[in-house]
Design a protein around this ligand. Structure first.
Ligand SMILES: NC(=O)c1ccc[n+]([C@@H]2O[C@H](COP(=O)([O-])OP(=O)(O)OC[C@H]3O[C@@H](n4cnc5c(N)ncnc54)[C@H](O)[C@@H]3O)[C@@H](O)[C@H]2O)c1
Length: 380
């Protein structure tokens, strides 16, 4: 890419998301003519050999073992936070103080108080901010949102979603940050935050929830002996939306042979939409206006040029995968630089965190809890 300025990015964390975001920035200029060239100037991680190898593999210009150095660099315009949830707020606050734009992976924090502190910091500093709810950028999910927003299925009555993974099924799986509430947050916040974001985006605010949680495997092995697990490994909830719709949500990391399966369904007064992640290029649509002889659901191929993000993908029929969600995210962020709107942003992340905390409190106290019980006191 010649003739366009660089958007200089520093990525904090070189694990799965550091890799996915790097991939997004590398591919974005290949699929879209961008006003700027996203370039990863530096990537940080705690292990010197690991971060050096990642920088080389991901195509980052440099690396550091101290994220504070990355944040302080004059040649970094945007700090991209790809570390565990309990670290997001502190890094976002430092980046905001340095006047950098911030993209944070989800969830914004491990508590509403933490998320609120991050949101306050970026709001006071007036820096651009975004949160990595990348599944909004699956074309079929974006199409589902558009069809709800344009009234295709009428008024939403019911919304439901599940997220099933088997990553914690084996009791021999070693303790790491994902089992530690202080650094990893709950399964509600980890898996559920994506679904809650979709709920708020598609249907609107949630008023109150009634949740349950369970931790089936209470300790995990580590080099220092068995460690207590401080998170839920399965949770579910009933949801009442402010607008009157009702919903259900479930997230579990103990669902045998379910790798990362999520599905979202919405029932409106005139139609139904169903998205099922293993068939991510498709959206099912049931239309009450169809002739009785056509009773059933249409399988829309969400790859037509008229569909969201379709022109960034391959020719119709080829489909896309998980990686494209990060490409689409990079395209959206770069296209909106320096003054267009970034969505979803920290305000969205904070709203999601409020629902996560509401679910956690409801499960702890075994009662319906209003989201306002969480938001009225950020706890800071
Ligand atoms: N949007 C998505 O699809 C998606 C998928 C997976 C994870 N995530 C989110 O991305 C973030 C990072 O997850 P990941 O899967 O890339 O994690 P990971 O374990 O693969 O990588 C974590 C990175 O953070 C660094 N790090 C800094 N402080 C750490 C600490 N105290 N403990 C452990 N590692 C620390 C590690 O060195 C590593 O580079 C999390 O917030 C997670 O919820 C999002």
């Amino acid at each position: 890419m010649t003739g366009v300025p660089d958007l200089r990015i520093g990525i904090v964390g070189y694990g799965t998301m550091g890799r996915a975001h790097s991939y997004g920035y590398r591919v974005a200029p290949i699929v879209s003519s961008l006003p700027m060239r996203p370039i990863v100037k530096v990537i940080s991680g705690r292990d010197e050999a690991g971060v050096a190898a990642a920088a080389s593999a991901y195509g980052a210009e440099g690396w550091t073992i101290d994220w504070r150095d990355l944040v302080a660099r004059a040649d970094v315009d945007m700090v991209d936070i790809c570390t565990p949830p309990g670290t997001h707020a502190e890094i976002a606050e430092a980046a905001a103080a340095a006047g950098k734009a911030v993209l944070s992976e989800k969830p914004l924090g491990t508590s509403y108080a933490q998320a609120h502190a991050a949101w306050t910091a970026i709001s006071r500093a007036g820096v651009r901010n975004a949160i990595g709810f990348n599944y909004r950028r699956v074309p079929a999910v974006a199409l589902m949102h558009r069809m709800i927003a344009d009234g295709t299925i009428g008024d939403v009555r019911l919304w439901r979603a599940i997220w099933l993974s088997d990553e914690f099924t084996d009791p021999a799986t070693a303790f790491d940050w994902r089992f530690d509430r202080a650094i990893g947050g709950t399964t509600i916040a980890d898996l559920g935050s994506h679904l809650i974001d979709m709920a708020l985006w598609m249907v609107g605010p949630i008023e109150e929830v009634s949740a349950q949680s369970e931790t089936f495997i209470r300790t995990r092995p580590s080099a220092h002996g068995d460690q207590p697990v401080t998170i839920d490994d399965a949770s579910s909830a009933l949801l009442r939306f402010t607008g009157g719709a009702r919903g259900t949500i479930e997230m579990a990391r103990l669902a045998v042979r379910r790798p990362c399966d999520f599905s979202v369904e919405v029932n409106g007064t005139r139609g139904t939409l169903v998205f099922d992640y293993p068939r991510m290029n498709e959206l099912l649509y049931g239309d009450a206006g169809d002739a009785p002889g056509l009773y059933g659901m249409r399988r829309i191929r969400a790859e037509h040029p008229s569909h969201p993000y379709a022109t960034l993908g391959w020719p119709i029929g080829q489909g896309i995968g998980y990686g494209e969600t990060f490409v689409n995210q990079a395209v959206d962020l770069v296209n909106a630089w320096p003054s267009g709107a970034w969505t979803p942003n920290f305000t969205d992340g904070l709203a999601v965190q409020a629902v996560c905390d509401t679910m956690e409190r409801s499960a702890d106290e075994k009662r319906w809890v209003s989201v306002s019980e969480i938001t009225k006191d950020p706890g800071i």
